[in-house]
Design a binder for this molecule. Structure first.
Ligand code: T46
Length: 140
């Protein structure tokens, strides 16, 4: 299965313009505990470079665009976030990097948990070791 999984949001627009509603456990596949947004990212600045042990997120580009790289330790895929009608699902234990932010990019992120620095894996070698354990531990 591709690492790039989208949620398509129903478009509730009419002749007056566009409207999208985000609802926990409906359009967004988890209970939303936190919302943050990334904007005014400098030119040639990249962000991310970490994975999360448990956190699940949906990232929606409300304006502009940026390029997201996802890596599960075996496969690396990338995609552009450039429209507010689609959310990119980022599961736990996925290394992510964000590049090529346009000056007007506003990236909204919905998160399944409150902020907890202990959930971050910020070293790629540590991520690879942990992801091998997660994927290769036989379940009984
Ligand atoms: C992710 C990508 C897509 C907080 O205090 N609370 C928060 O909710 C967040 C998200 C961050 N912070 C602090 C932690 C750092 O001192 O804000 C600072 C910047 O965070 P970070 O360097 O982790 O930002 P990004 O853009 O590299 O990553 C963020 C999220 O942290 C991360 O979960 O998946 O966006």
């Amino acid at each position: 299965m591709s690492l790039v999984q989208w949620v398509d949001f129903p478009h509730l627009g009419d002749e007056r313009g566009s409207l999208i509603a985000l609802e926990a456990n409906k359009t967004v596949p988890f209970e939303i505990k936190r919302v943050y947004y990334i904007y005014h990212t400098g030119q040639n600045v990249s962000r991310g470079y970490h994975a999360h042990k448990d956190l699940k997120q949906v990232a929606i580009c409300l304006a502009g665009r940026c390029r997201m790289v996802l890596d599960d330790g075996d496969t690396r895929e990338e995609t552009w976030l450039d429209r507010p009608t689609k959310g990119l699902q980022i599961e736990s234990m996925i290394w992510r990097e964000m590049h090529d932010f346009s000056g007007d990019c506003v990236l909204l992120v919905l998160a399944s948990e409150h902020y907890d620095e202990r959930d971050y894996i910020r070293n790629y070698e540590d991520f690879l070791k942990l992801s091998r354990n997660v994927h290769h531990t036989p379940s009984r």
